[in-house]
Design a protein around this ligand. Sequence first.
Ligand code: PLP
Ligand code: COI
Length: 340
Amino acid sequence: MKQKVEDLDWKNLGFVYRDLPYRYEAKYKDGEWQEGKLIENSTLVLSEGAEILHYGQEIFEGLKAYRREDGKINLFRPDENAHRFALSAERLAMPPFPEDRFVEAVKQVVLANKEYVPPYDSGATLYLRPFMIGTSNVLGVQAANEYTFRIFAVPVGAYIKGLNPADYIVSEYDRAAYAGTGQAKTSGNYASSLLPSVEAHKNGFADCLYLDPREHKYVDEFGGANFYGITQEGQFVTPKSKSILISITKRSLLELAKKQGLNPVERQITLEEAFIMKEAGAMGTAAVISPVGSITYEGKKHVIYSETETGPVTTKLYNELVDIQYGKQEGPEGWVQTID
Ligand code: PLP
Ligand code: COI
């Protein structure tokens, strides 16, 4: 059933799927991308032999539209999502979707569902989910030769616990292999994180923290966000790893942290070092910046900063990032695209 705008409670949206009026669809056939268009039907019809159903040829993105105080709408670095989508496509042997068309299609979906962009100051945003799947029939393990690209939109609230500290547990499982698909945004990485996250939730944790898959010694990332820590010396550190997603929020925070004098660096971080960080957080489009309250490992809980309060460095980074996204503060050139 289509979501009626008048039935939305902007302050209690959660992070759940809703069927909005319009989505964008383009198909790849005979070696090229066809012209795409906005459509109303949220359903996809697939053959039982479709590649996606057997060998997982799928990639996706996540980005947000923000309602500004003046009523206009901001997109945050959509060109970066377009570019990562192309990189993910390459890793999954899929035809890249042209980056300019990606950004254009995102704008079309936002404008078509404009009244679903939550009000300024509601704390909510319009989340956009571009994805691509292999649709042609296969039996042997091989890449498809037909694909569907779509973008749908959903108004959302906080993904983790917003700016309240959350508890994490170090997973015994890996989400991605060392030279596997961890840097790509593809469903398989998330499929491998489902059982660990079900177990983590059952035990009262917000999510898992994964270690590097080769040595299980260094911090990799969370199931749906990258990790950062603030060292005792006040340095912003975030893992360098071949098996984590190349996060756009992380790359943005590396720049903001530099401006704030936090001397940011990407490097390996041992789990023991993570336990003694002054502050730590999860960063991502859905997560925004969400403080880490504790990390549990082998039955022992390590509190980072506080289980109830958010540290000053995290708060300052959060405020600056969010102010830029909502257009309250000017960000570095090209980060924000305003549409109305
Ligand atoms: N890591 C994982 C596994 C994610 O799913 C996400 C979310 O997209 C991120 C990191 C953060 O990436 P970004 O900041 O580009 O949203
Ligand atoms: C995002 O932040 O956009 C993501 O894709 C994370 C997802 C686990 C909700």
